[in-house]
Write a protein that binds this ligand. Structure first.
Ligand code: CO8
Length: 258
């Protein structure tokens, strides 16, 4: 019902599919795309009928980066005072699980956008990189931080300093993506994974996500303690009772997301 110009939003049961739709610019991420993706994701996050949000692009480009033409004329104060691109952080704060299905180019802001999502699936055509250095700038949506955490210093440094890209196979080997699938199967596979996630108890899935994400923010002792408290908390849900009862009764659980 919401009308967006740069993205398409579809609902498939408990899965929401958000498709970047600026084909002429290879889905370059301008401020309008940012506002629309963030607004759509936050609206879906508020909807208890949505259990997983899939973000995808076109066959040729997930997103070829931040919009270079829009950024080119900006000066320091423009960027600082408008806090350029800070709103993208809100996508990472969405509590519903998110999945990026990447086909083709995921460069610069495109790679950063994929890394803002929880699960990253790649088509065998996917190309990842942080080529900002070639434009005389550096990553600005968390690339230098999230890529380093995902693939380690060795590759992150090389990618950020040379601008070279990596193909899907290298990205999987390096731990950036969970799996690589043939390009023509990417969307179906992404929706199937999303349906699996959306079939779990939503509050419990949110807690699992929160717990994994906590590992990037804290020490091991505190992270394990955080996990333990959430583990205790799931015993307050009806879905814990249902999940364990269904197991003993040898049937599929019917989660009510309560
Ligand atoms: N921004 C704006 N327009 C773009 C972008 C982009 N990032 N990428 C592609 N386009 C446009 C092209 O200009 C072209 O438009 P037109 O037809 O009007 O000339 C159209 O999309 C098609 O692109 P190409 O003709 O170049 O397509 P090719 O198949 O020849 O090449 C490439 C595809 C290799 C992906 C090529 O387009 C390319 O190198 N794009 C730029 C990749 C890049 O450098 N990305 C990083 C951008 S910088 C960034 O993301 C910084 C993020 C942090 C900012 C933080 C601010 C706070």
């Amino acid at each position: 019902t919401d009308s967006y110009e740069t993205i398409l939003v579809e609902r498939k049961g408990r899965v929401a599919l958000l498709t970047l739709n600026r084909p002429k610019a290879l889905n370059a991420l301008n401020l309008q795309v940012m506002r629309e993706v963030v607004a759509a994701a936050e609206a879906l996050d508020r909807d208890p009928e949505v259990g997983c949000i899939v973000l995808t692009g076109s066959a040729k480009a997930f997103a070829a980066g931040a919009d270079i033409k829009e950024m080119s004329p900006q000066n320091y104060l423009d960027m600082y005072l408008s806090d350029w691109f800070t709103a993208w952080d809100r996508l990472g704060q969405v509590r519903t699980p998110t999945l990026a299905a990447v086909s083709g180019y995921a460069l610069g802001g495109g790679c950063e956008l994929a890394m803002l999502c929880d699960i990253l699936l790649a088509a065998d055509t996917a190309v990842f990189g942080q080529p900002e250095i070639k434009l005389g700038v550096i990553p600005g949506i968390g690339g230098s931080q999230r890529l380093t955490r995902a693939v380690g210093k060795a590759k992150a440094m090389e990618l950020c300093l040379t601008g070279r890209t990596m193909d899907a196979e290298e990205a999987e080997r390096a731990g950036l993506v969970s799996r690589v699938v043939p390009a023509d199967e990417l969307l179906a596979e992404a929706l199937s994974v999303a349906e699996t996630v959306a079939g779990m108890s939503l509050p419990v899935a949110m807690m699992a996500k929160e717990s994994v994400n906590r590992s990037f923010e804290t020490t091991l002792t505190e992270g394990v303690r955080f996990e333990r408290r959430l583990f205790h908390a799931v015993f307050a849900t009806a879905d814990q009772k249902e999940g364990m009862t269904a197991f003993t009764e040898k049937r599929k659980p019917k989660f009510t997301h309560r």
